[in-house]
Write a protein that binds this ligand. Structure first.
Ligand code: UDP
Length: 239
């Protein structure tokens, strides 16, 4: 018998770096294929999956801005980078037998369809994986904020923030061997302890909307499935 998932609809936030694997930039083939296989595993359990993809493996607006570019222009470049990642991700999904739809917050209609909320909801109900590209469509924001925004819009039960670390720790586990992982903590505790979970805008949106965030490792094989099955994985941040 198939195991029973604890979530019906999830918003998975994948950073651009998640697609890099061990590479210094760009998209690592084996890594993207493994991530897609892990997404396929949870869809087979009947979980509806929406993804917000970052762009940091290709371009980060802050870096472009600090290098002398106009910040808003650099941010639009960053958003376009997320569109490239979204196309690669959807392509890899199609090859694994998933049906993916990319929806962009910026109109580039020859390339991807625009984000239309009812349509996204329809795709999810049909069991398609929706990949949200171009962040929020606005400069000065991040894809974490897009994840909070889209997560709230589609009524996701949780935002799953995929990182390189398997949760939120009392201290940096790289530097402090005594650092302990939180199994769960409230938004208020996270704020009081100054634990940088997401940027402030994303954090505030999730807290206001009482949209829980689970931070987990995308490097750790099978972690996404374990999260969806309600096993002790990562850290749950709740309202
Ligand atoms: N970006 C933006 N508005 C958004 C989302 C992203 O301007 O709503 C730009 C911003 O320049 C950012 C880049 O796109 O640096 C890539 O997104 P992000 O840094 O969030 O990607 P990740 O760190 O998740 O790979």
């Amino acid at each position: 018998a198939l195991a029973t998932p604890v979530h019906k609809r999830i918003l998975l936030k994948l950073s651009g770096e998640a697609l890099m694997g061990e590479d210094a930039f760009g998209i690592n083939r084996a890594t993207i294929e493994r991530i897609v296989e892990e997404i396929a595993e949870v869809t087979r359990l009947g979980v509806e999956v929406a993804v917000v993809i970052g762009g940091g493996n290709i371009f980060r607006g802050v870096a472009g801005g600090s290098a002398g570019m106009d910040r808003a222009t650099a941010d639009y470049m960053g958003m376009l980078a997320t569109v490239m990642n979204a196309l690669a991700l959807a392509d890899a999904m199609d090859k694994k037998g998933l049906t993916a739809r990319v929806m962009s917050a910026i109109a580039i209609e020859q390339v991807v369809e625009p984000y239309v909320r009812p349509k996204a909801l329809q795709y999810l109900e049909e069991g398609k994986v929706v990949v949200f590209a171009a962040g929020t469509g606005n400069p000065f924001f991040t894809t974490d904020t897009a994840a909070a925004l889209r997560g709230a819009e589609i009524g996701a039960e949780v935002v799953l923030k995929a990182t390189k670390v398997d949760g939120v720790y009392t201290a940096d586990p790289q530097k402090d061997p005594a650092a302990q992982r939180y199994t769960r903590l409230s938004f208020d505790e996270a704020m009081a302890r100054n634990l940088g979970i997401m940027d402030a805008t994303a954090f505030a949106l999730c807290r206001d909307q009482k949209l829980p965030v689970r931070v987990f490792s995308i490097v750790k094989h099978g972690a996404l499935l374990r999260v969806v099955l309600g096993e002790d994985e990562g850290t749950l941040v709740y309202a």
